[in-house]
Write a protein that binds this ligand. Structure first.
Ligand code: CMC
Length: 406
């Protein structure tokens, strides 16, 4: 039922233009006439906030955290430094990092009722749903809320390794692991998860996975966190909102969906069939782990993820899936449809392969993404507190019936 009338009328308005530090010029819509709404379905061309945290150049395939390219950060800094960089804008000195990580490690525990709540949940629940349940419970607990926004953000980031590990283990029928004395963020996560010290390789690869997924400006989950946070809701509640948005297969759920797709394809001889399905306008199937709203050339995270897959698969049995993924990528990149639609592998294309090689279950991949992205989400939440962001309340193009009598 679409009651909208199209009109050939054109409209012009003079608006101030700002040149951003990097990237597209910004039309300042604050002076837009009250009797018009600007329609931008999917918010493809809308900047709805100002932020100094992350910059993406989709044409060049560049991703900067606070001005630094993500590939260089991955190579030279640990995830703990990346958390600090995202939250506070600068890379920490050794001394600052020591103080910061001490604070982070002091806050890693969760209240006892989280463990009790976990026991009431069936083991066949999805780990993302379990994580969401635990975070929602924390949102109702005033004693967990801190007045200082910096401390609040740090507490949430500190609790996530345990919450994510609890969710993953519960979905496998395993009890939570407790650590006597936390030592290092990524190592602690892996101990909470696997109840043993990780190998140096696993530690390093996980550190990089977390850095690669840490931040990505106004993606669907960060945007959701901002909308939720703009109402003044508490940080756990805003985090829960972000988690729900991340879960979907078009966003953070793509790593799980991509692995399911590769398993369904199974062998290289079936690749052409799936390429045709992805191109068909009558088939809803899409190549998972391919395409991105912003990147039109390459996703720099995908390149690093592919090299991590090479590192971890060196000695592992499931190499055939990696071979299949590489063949599918090659075939797609040669296909005129993928070329003309500017579709390239995104970060999720190889991330499932890497995570599975490190012992993570397919249905838990998105919780690892959530763990990583929490530093980005909390950076945006902090930025909103500092900037006193107004409530985000867009308008709509109404297409329902005119007023009528009952
Ligand atoms: N396979 C086949 N066709 C595709 C794909 C794909 N993966 N992605 C986009 N297209 C086509 C789409 O059918 C449409 O074609 P046409 O113009 O001929 O109708 C065109 O490309 C534009 O699609 P769109 O949905 O308007 O593009 P978007 O920028 O709104 O969507 C996307 C971006 C990521 C949702 C989409 O590319 C997609 O669904 N990809 C698969 C899911 C995925 O891998 N998601 C992870 C994204 S990266 C990590 C993250 O952000 O969480």
């Amino acid at each position: 039922m679409n009651h909208a009338k199209t009109t050939s009328q054109r409209f012009s308005v003079e608006l101030p233009v700002y040149q951003a530090n990097l990237g597209c010029a910004i039309l300042d819509g604050s002076g837009f006439p009250d009797n018009y709404y600007f329609q931008d379905l999917g918010l493809k061309h809308t900047s709805f906030c100002q932020s100094a945290i992350c910059y993406i150049d989709g044409a060049q395939g560049t991703l900067l955290y606070r001005g630094y390219p993500v590939e260089s950060l991955c190579r030279q800094y640990t995830y703990e430094s990346i958390i600090y960089l995202l939250l506070f804008g600068e890379l920490p000195s050794k001394r600052v990092l020591t103080t910061f990580t001490r604070k982070l490690h002091a806050d890693m525990s969760v209240p006892d009722y989280c463990y009790q709540l976990l026991e009431t949940l069936p083991h066949d629940h999805h780990p993302m749903g379990i994580l969401l349940t635990l975070v929602s419970a924390l949102s109702a607990d005033d004693t967990q809320l801190l007045d200082d926004p910096d401390d609040m953000a740090i507490r949430i980031i500190a609790q996530m390794p345990l919450l994510v590990a609890m969710s993953q283990r519960h979905a496998k029928g395993l009890p939570p692991v407790r650590i006597a004395k936390p030592t290092e963020y990524v190592e602690d996560f892996l101990i909470y998860l696997q109840d043993q010290r990780p190998s140096t390789l696993a530690h390093q690869v996980f550190d990089r996975i977390l850095t690669l997924h840490a931040e990505h400006e106004q993606n669907a989950s960060t945007c959701t966190l901002r909308v939720s946070g703009s109402t003044g809701t508490n940080a756990y509640a805003a985090l829960a909102a972000a988690l729900t948005a991340l879960w979907g297969p078009a966003h953070g759920g793509a790593n799980e969906a991509c692995m399911a797709m590769l398993e369904a394809i199974g062998t290289c001889d079936r690749i052409p069939e799936y390429i045709e399905k992805a191109k068909s306008k009558t088939d809803p199937f899409r190549l998972m782990g391919f395409g991105h709203r912003v990147y039109r050339n390459r996703d720099p995270r995908a390149d690093v993820m592919k090299s991590l897959a090479r590192d971890v698969l060196d000695h592992k049995q499931d190499e055939p899936l990696f071979r299949l993924a590489r063949s599918l990528e090659k075939r797609a990149l040669e296909d005129p449809y993928f070329i003309s639609h500017q579709l390239y592998p995104n970060v999720d294309y190889y991330s499932g392969i890497v995570q599975r090689a490190l012992g993570i279950d397919c249905q838990s991949f998105t919780t690892v993404f959530a763990l990583a992205r929490t530093s980005g989400w909390m950076s945006h939440w902090l930025e909103m507190q500092r900037d006193r962001t107004p409530i985000i309340r867009p308008r709509q193009h109404y297409i329902g019936p005119r007023q009528r009598d009952l």
